[in-house]
Write a protein that binds this ligand. Structure first.
Ligand code: DP6
Length: 331
């Protein structure tokens, strides 16, 4: 019996993965680029019993730390990923898995990137195998969550690298202390999954236009990051976020992730900029808004966002160093 525990972070895409050529394994139409977060993390403990013959046990930690079985919609993709890892390692046996998020589950934030990154890293260790981050990222991608491929690395990450399907770090977290204040405006689960969004994206009449200019935008974002130039980064990041939602809204059938509160936060971010505060906004496939800023702007940004009645909760995060094994087990 072997047990391993890993905490892996969520990430926020500055250039979005939206549209997959196929899903098993995930191959996107275009590379994405993200910032790995520090505070929003999933901690996962995996135990592998090579003599086990029953079903895998998939548990979730409640707020008080007690472990409870997960519902089928959570359990099924986890077990499918464990099956892949078992086959990859050529082992038979059963897993016991427990998982816990640092961010409130009622925050309505996608946790599949952190969840599948943590599961992949902990399960490969519990299987007694040793994988480097590139291999771990490739295995995480096989979960079906492309963004999990990026959460295996810290700092600023691109996936795929231009020459293959693996993810790679373009700069470590210490390169630039960017903050991410996450304005949570709606805590309901999204009506249309990212996976369905990836499937529908090519039906937008604007999808090919997006692909035509995306490489140039990604290179410009990468250069602005490497130069630590927030004034150059901010408009590129906002244009990219708006474009993801234009593709979603114009795909067939259309997908509307924004809520009126999303627009209220975007308006507040424009107001901050008009007042000379460096800030820019980005949204993944949902209504919540990630407001990025340099450290000295963070207090003003937080004050302005917390004053909005539309903001249910504000999570204070920022760029982080990536997964760690230095955490206590959940069982
Ligand atoms: C909009 O297929 O990785 O966040 O199922 O939420 O993990 P999850 O999504 P995934 O697609 C991510 C879509 C995105 C953009 C991005 O993170 O690149």
């Amino acid at each position: 019996m072997r047990k391993a525990t890993v905490a892996a972070p969520a990430n926020i895409a500055l250039i979005k993965y939206w549209g997959a050529k196929h899903f098993d394994p995930v191959v996107p139409y275009a590379p994405s680029l993200s910032m790995t977060l520090r505070a929003c993390r999933t901690r996962t403990t995996v135990q592998f019993d090579s003599g086990g013959t029953g079903d895998d046990e998939i548990l979730r930690a409640q707020d008080d730390g007690t472990l409870v079985p997960t519902e089928e919609s959570f359990r099924a993709p986890v077990v499918r990923h464990l099956d892949r890892l078992r086959a990859w390692a050529d082992r038979s046996g059963t897993f016991r898995v427990a998982t816990r998020n640092t961010f409130p589950s009622r925050a309505g934030l996608a946790s599949s990137a952190s969840g599948f990154a943590a599961l992949t890293l902990a399960a490969t260790r519990a299987l007694g195998t040793s994988v480097d981050p590139t291999q771990a990222s490739d295995l995480a991608r096989r979960s079906g969550s492309g963004s999990a491929a990026r959460s295996v690395f810290g700092g600023f990450v691109v996936w795929p690298r231009t020459d293959d399907v693996c993810a790679a770090q373009i700069a470590p977290a210490e390169h630039w202390d960017l903050r991410d204040l996450i304005a949570v405006v709606d805590t309901n689960p999204k009506e249309v999954s990212s996976r369905e969004g990836h499937r529908r994206a090519p039906t937008s009449p604007f999808f090919d236009t997006r692909l035509d200019h995306l490489d140039a935008r990604r290179e410009a974002v990468q250069e602005a990051l490497l130069d630590r130039d927030f004034d150059r980064l901010a408009p590129l990041v906002e244009r990219e976020a708006t474009e993801l939602h234009c593709i979603a809204m114009s795909s067939r059938p259309p997908i509307h992730y924004w809520r009126p509160a999303t627009l209220a936060v975007l308006e507040a971010v424009r107001g901050l900029r008009a007042d000379g505060v460096a800030a820019c906004a980005t949204m993944d496939a949902g209504p919540n808004v990630h407001v990025l800023c340099p450290p000295d702007a963070a207090p003003s940004v937080a004050d302005r966002l917390e004053a909005l009645s539309d903001v249910e909760m504000l999570l204070r995060d920022g760029v982080g160093p990536g997964p760690t094994n230095d955490v206590s087990p959940l069982f």
